[in-house]
Design a binder for this molecule. Structure first.
Ligand SMILES: [Zn+2]
Length: 394
């Protein structure tokens, strides 16, 4: 007998190639079955009528910033992830070795959202004094913050929640020195190799060429902000996808969207997609300076990829099974296969005339968008809601 059954939704589970109207049955916080008429044999708890809704494995946002109160860009995970349809938020380097214990205790342990983390190679993480304005000091402008031994020690101590190493190498994080940029990348690589987990790199406006950055990335690593429009992007000066980017994709370097405030360009994304450069994962890079637009949430980012012509199954794959694999949780998260953790996301695919903006403020109009309705996280039901700063109507 099931604890909870979602009845009659359109179940899309790329991990199983499944797209059909079906029920999802949950027992003891795990998926027990996907099929028809599951409630017939009786249900211990709740039966949810999901007719007309899209039912997918719980969404995994591979790039978020949820260290509220320490990293100035941090937002509350539950407000901007769980209540927007995301069951697992991977924080992309907000915490470093020195600030990680606080992140564990005051964010990971108390959030309803499942929060995992890429540990920043800077011991500071993204703690900084934003009031300095143009004089704000980047987290790796002094390379001594990149303490490899400390990063390895903390990543091992919190191996259950730390999924990799993060480094940001734009000039406003590392400064203008090419040598320091190379050293930051080298130290991040060293830490990632020592713990046997992926390296996530934030490129764009770097003091070294993208070709050189990519040369240091291996199978399983993540290049985020793949469609950014700054210098050292994925397109060459003729607008063609760089050979180094194609080669990286071929050796299974994951190309992650990481929309953010400044990292998603319609022009770059469209040119990339037209030339067959698909993102491996769709992530939001949600943070304090983009929750009121242009990002809003992962659902809006995903809607933009639908608008650009990626089929629904391929969009959902990049929100579920692929990001789960990137963090070493394939089969456990991002799937509705029997025995998987019962993380489920429910959306309305709303038709209308929806305005979407990229990071440069260029507006395009799409016909469909994902509207978060509810999630199930580890078997527990949570309704979704918009944040107070979201002026859009639903
Ligand atoms: Zn970020």
């Amino acid at each position: 007998m099931f604890d909870l059954v979602l009845c009659g939704g359109r179940v899309v589970d790329p991990s199983q190639g499944f797209d059909a109207v079906a029920d999802v049955g949950i027992v003891g916080g795990r998926v027990a079955a996907v099929g028809v008429d599951l409630a017939r044999g009786g249900v211990r708890g709740t039966v949810v009528d999901a007719a007309g809704l899209l039912v997918t494995p719980g969404w995994v946002d591979l790039h978020t910033h949820v260290y509220w109160g320490v990293a100035p860009l941090g937002v509350e995970a539950d407000t901007y992830c769980l209540r927007r349809g995301v069951t697992t938020a991977v924080d992309a380097g907000s915490a470093g070795a020195q600030t990680f214990p606080g992140f564990k205790r005051y964010v990971i342990d108390v959030s309803e959202t499942r929060v995992l983390a890429m540990l920043h190679i800077s011991s500071l993480g993204m703690a900084r004094d934003e009031s300095a304005g143009a004089d704000v000091i980047g987290e790796l402008e002094d390379i001594r913050w990149a303490n490899v031994d400390r990063a390895i020690e903390v990543a091992r101590a919190y191996a259950d929640v730390i999924t990799g190493i993060k480094v940001r190498i734009s000039t406003y994080h590392v400064g203008e020195s090419a040598e320091r940029t190379r050293e930051a990348l080298r130290r991040a690589r060293q830490a990632a190799d020592a713990i046997g987990k992926p390296l996530m790199v934030h490129p764009g406006q770097t003091a070294i060429p993208l070709d050189e950055v990519l040369a240091s990335l291996v199978d399983g690593d993540v290049l985020t902000h793949v469609y950014h429009g700054r210098t050292e992007g994925v397109l060459d000066s003729a607008g063609q996808v760089r050979a180094s980017v194609r080669a990286a994709a071929e050796r299974n370097v994951h190309l992650d969207v990481g929309h953010g405030r400044g990292s998603f360009s319609w022009q770059v994304a469209r040119a990339g997609l037209e030339q067959g450069l698909l993102p491996s994962t769709i992530s939001s890079d949600i943070h304090a300076w983009n929750t009121a637009g242009p990002v809003f949430d992962l659902a809006t980012t995903a809607s933009k990829l639908l608008h650009l012509g990626l089929p629904l199954m391929e969009v959902v794959r990049r929100l579920t099974s692929t990001p789960a694999a990137c963090i070493g949780r394939a089969g456990e998260l991002g799937t509705l296969a029997p025995g998987a953790v019962a993380d489920v996301s429910l959306f309305k695919l709303a038709e209308g005339d929806w305005a979407f903006q990229d990071s440069a403020g260029v507006e395009e109009h799409g016909r469909v968008r994902f509207e978060p309705v509810a999630v199930i996280r580890g078997g527990r039901w949570h309704p979704c809601a918009l944040g107070a700063d979201d002026a859009r109507t639903m």
